[in-house]
Write a protein that binds this ligand. Structure first.
Ligand SMILES: Cc1cc2nc3c(=O)[nH]c(=O)nc-3n(C[C@H](O)[C@H](O)[C@H](O)COP(=O)(O)OP(=O)(O)OC[C@H]3O[C@@H](n4cnc5c(N)ncnc54)[C@H](O)[C@@H]3O)c2cc1C
Length: 399
């Protein structure tokens, strides 16, 4: 279908074509806003996977990409947490089962490369969405509009800019929004393996003294592995030939799914955190890792970003119905108000869990072990944690 001519001032310009930016651009265009997406072509070489909870799957269904992705993804029916530290106080194993919530599964795990490719195709085909295949080179905010200048294309003017241009965001810096950023003495080593025994749709997180070691199901007899290590430990793993690395990872997994064969590149990500002091600026809203970054523990990062998108979309939709300026201060402030507590609670929970593994401080170890013990024994608490793990507020409805 031919795309309509770009109006002089669009409703929205989304900058950044990672998972957050493309999903936001599609959602907003499908709500009837005129949208430009300024993003360079994404590579499809990211071997990572993303575990997406039910609410995120609903958003992907809503924008029309999930039906064609479900076959390439693996169901996550159970989540198992195992204390694999050699500390004095060790917690018993805890299993969260989606059937306890009356769900068939908590969510699905999918390769980022597959999700990204589908999103890119959908963006290219979407009426009402103009794709400018370039990076933003500069941005200017003014009272009536924001102007984004791609390196080689003509400027895009819009009433609102949505910044999804990642942790080094040009749009955030140009708006002088300060960030709090920090790093952890850890690196995540990430790869995918084939294994001999079925994973039975169970995701397993071993809590070790260097951080979590996680096996997340992929279709068939495959899992993605996220192994959080010290910098030295990660370098050691990265220096190993594939067969030796496979044996070492199988040892760390206590052979629960049998022998491993590595079937992807081995990637690594130093762990860090970031929080933008504000989610909004003049005619600007931040989403995704432009606003918040934390370690890959408990599969929270993109799920949180998709809730940013949901809340932003419904805030803008209500503003339009009221006839309000979608880039105006009052509308943007209401987006910020809706998102603050979710972002703060996720960042703090992931940070606390990670630090409780690293610390040799006995009281912190006891609190973590007691928490896991109670989660294993007390049904209502376990169900509360399961719901809260998937999305906030759901957890407040105790059975
Ligand atoms: C090992 C690992 C495992 C993870 N597993 C999970 C999981 O299971 N579940 C989960 O929910 N989350 C997970 N996450 C987190 C998740 O991967 C991230 O939250 C998500 O990828 C961030 O996407 P984003 O689009 O917000 O940011 P990014 O992916 O950083 O995208 C930013 C985009 O902006 C572009 N850009 C930068 N500057 C410009 C510019 N000037 N103009 C235009 N474009 C620009 C970049 O090219 C990039 O494409 C994991 C993270 C890691 C590291």
């Amino acid at each position: 279908m031919p795309k309509s001519k770009k109006p002089d001032i669009q409703d929205i310009v989304v900058v950044g074509g990672g998972l957050s930016g493309r999903i936001a651009a599609l959602k907003l265009a499908q709500l009837g806003f005129s949208v430009s997406l300024v993003a360079p072509v994404s590579g499809h070489s990211d071997g990572r996977t993303t575990a997406l909870w039910q609410k995120s799957i609903s958003l992907l269904e809503d924008i029309g990409v999930w039906d064609e992705l479900v076959e390439d993804s693996a169901r996550l029916k159970k989540m198992r947490m195992i204390d694999d530290t050699d500390r004095l106080f060790r917690a018993p194993e805890v299993v969260f089962d989606s059937s306890e919530l009356g769900l068939e599964e908590f969510g699905f795990n999918i390769l980022n490369s597959k999700l990204n490719k589908k999103l890119q195709e959908k963006c290219d085909a979407e009426a009402g969405l103009t794709c400018v295949t370039d990076s933003a080179g500069s941005v200017t905010y003014s009272d009536d509009f924001v102007e984004v200048c791609p390196g080689s294309d003509k400027p895009v003017r819009a009433r609102l800019a949505v910044a999804a241009d990642g942790r080094q965001s040009l749009l955030r810096q140009a708006a002088d929004i300060e960030v709090k950023s920090w790093s952890y003495p850890q690196v995540a080593v990430v790869l995918n393996v084939e294994h001999r025994l079925p994973h039975a749709d169970i995701s397993t997180e071993f809590h070790t003294q260097t951080g979590p070691f996680t096996l997340v199901p992929l279709p068939g007899r495959m899992c993605s592995i996220v192994c959080v290590e010290t910098e030295e430990g990660a370098n050691h793993l990265l220096s190993m030939p594939p067969a030796e690395l496979a044996r070492e990872l199988e040892r760390r997994a206590h052979s629960i799914v049998g022998t491993f064969e590595i079937v992807s590149d081995v990637q690594h990500f130093p762990l860090s955190g970031l929080n933008a002091r504000s989610l909004i600026g003049q005619r600007l809203a931040l989403i995704g890792e432009t606003a918040h970054v934390f370690p890959p523990i408990g599969a929270q990062g993109l799920n949180l970003s998709l809730r940013d998108i949901d809340d932003l979309a419904s805030t803008l939709q209500s503003a339009r119905i009221r006839g309000s300026d979608i880039g105006g201060v009052a509308v943007l402030q209401s987006y910020e108000d809706r998102r603050r507590s979710d972002i703060a609670s996720r960042t703090n929970a992931v940070d606390a869990l990670n630090r409780s593994l690293l610390t040799s401080f006995l009281p912190a170890q006891i609190v973590r072990s007691a928490g896991m013990y109670m989660a294993g024994r007390i049904g209502p608490l376990r169900r509360l944690l399961m719901r809260e793990g998937m999305a906030p507020r759901l957890g407040l409805r105790l059975p």
